[in-house]
Design a protein around this ligand. Structure first.
Ligand code: B12
Ligand code: SF4
Ligand code: SF4
Length: 300
């Protein structure tokens, strides 16, 4: 279920109980930071690879931790002895479970945390404090009989409602996985080259998405020409991606993903670049390029 993300099964205790991470934690404050653009949706565009929407803005980890540290500093100044640690994505904490318990929203069937007035296009950050703060109660599940996210997932990654098999998710394949992407999933990945938004785009609650306030505006579009992604590391592309989450997937992974999307595009104009990569010294890139050539020929 976890693929290569072994940290998901490590630290099982601290993931569920924050006190294994911060011994004297008494309260946890959870916040959601919107990155919505009401009305905007990424779409497939010929010859372009698609990025998840969160990835087109400056990397959120430090920005959101800083925001939570401001809250901590304010609390520490107001309450003698108050101490806290901010976290965002990088800690072992199960952030969505804590955010649900804190009343921020509910975990939808797609496992995303949803809020009735926000949808799911928001990121989560938290603050563990050593003082007692008044608690909220968990938000009710408002998915009802809807199953749109489960039905739309291109790689059939949901084992059941509320249970994602991360090792089948496009987000995992394109961002986290280092080696070859398993063949049965390649066609489903389509033109996604970094993350995937399908199970959020189809969610009816996302008609309530809100514009970002704490996060800076996007600096690149959600669709990027595949030649640019698979081409030599041009100074132009490198400077456009600087400071964005996309750089978390190292260049080789982006190239692999672009080669895969070229095959799925069925566009003959990619044949020369794929032929060039088919003999690359890197076995992952070479094998991916050969598969994509077969896809152009209609053999797979
Ligand atoms: C590892 C990870 C991934 C992995 C695995 C995701 C997963 N669903 O498990 C991969 C790489 C696939 C991934 C993808 C994405 N991620 Co991610 N990811 C994480 C990370 C680091 C850990 C998540 C984790 O531990 N999952 C393991 C399982 C155990 O947790 P879970 O999904 O909450 O599963 C439980 C629930 O489903 C729960 N449950 C709740 N209700 C119910 C009801 C029933 C009936 C049942 C049976 C179970 C159940 O039971 C499960 C077991 O405990 C968190 C940050 C963090 N530290 O929490 C970000 C985080 C979850 N990711 C985030 C984002 C934005 C994404 C993507 C949207 C990025 C993208 N566009 O590509 C996708 C979305 C995919 C999806 N549908 O979830 C945000 C989510 C924000 C939000 N509003 O929910 C987080 C919180 C990061 C952040 N700080 O903002 N991610
Ligand atoms: S992010 Fe994409 S691949 Fe992953 S579960 Fe959602 S729809 Fe499926
Ligand atoms: S698409 Fe439907 S089932 Fe899925 S999270 Fe949204 S409301 Fe829930």
């Amino acid at each position: 279920m976890h693929g290569e993300m072994n940290y998901m099964s490590r630290n099982a205790q601290s993931r569920r109980d924050i006190r294994a991470w911060m011994q004297d934690a008494k309260s946890v404050l959870m916040c959601g930071f919107s990155y919505g653009e009401p009305g905007a949706r990424s779409s497939s565009k010929e010859g372009r690879g698609r990025l998840a929407r969160y990835a087109t803005r400056a990397d959120y980890h430090a920005i959101l931790r800083d925001r939570m540290n401001e809250v901590r500093d304010w609390l520490s100044a107001s309450v003698p002895g108050a101490r806290g640690v901010a976290f965002c994505d990088m800690s072992p904490i199960l952030e969505r479970a804590y955010a649900n318990a804190a009343g921020l929203g509910w975990q939808g069937k797609n496992t995303m945390l949803l809020a009735g007035n926000l949808g799911s296009y928001f990121l989560i950050a938290g603050l563990a404090m050593n003082i007692d703060l008044p608690g909220d109660s968990a938000g009710p599940d408002r998915c009802g009989t809807c199953t749109q996210c489960l039905d739309a997932c291109p790689t059939d990654a949901f084992a059941s409602a509320h249970v994602l098999d991360a090792s089948k998710c496009i987000s995992y394949f394109t961002i986290e996985s280092k080696g070859s992407i398993p063949e049965p999933f390649r066609a489903g990945i389509g033109d996604w080259v970094y993350g995937c938004d399908v199970c959020q785009d189809v969610c009816p609650w996302n008609r309530f998405e809100q514009p970002a306030r704490a996060l800076p505006p996007p600096t690149i579009p959600t669709e990027i020409p595949l030649e640019e992604l698979a081409g030599p590391a041009s100074a132009g592309l490198r400077s456009r991606l600087k400071g964005l989450p996309v750089l978390r997937a190292v260049r080789k992974r982006l190239t692999r993903n672009a080669l895969l999307a070229m095959g799925n595009s069925r566009l003959e104009r990619y044949r020369p670049i794929l032929e060039q990569y088919a003999t690359d010294a890197d076995p992952v890139l070479a094998e991916q390029a050969r598969w994509s050539l077969e896809r152009l020929s209609g053999a797979v």
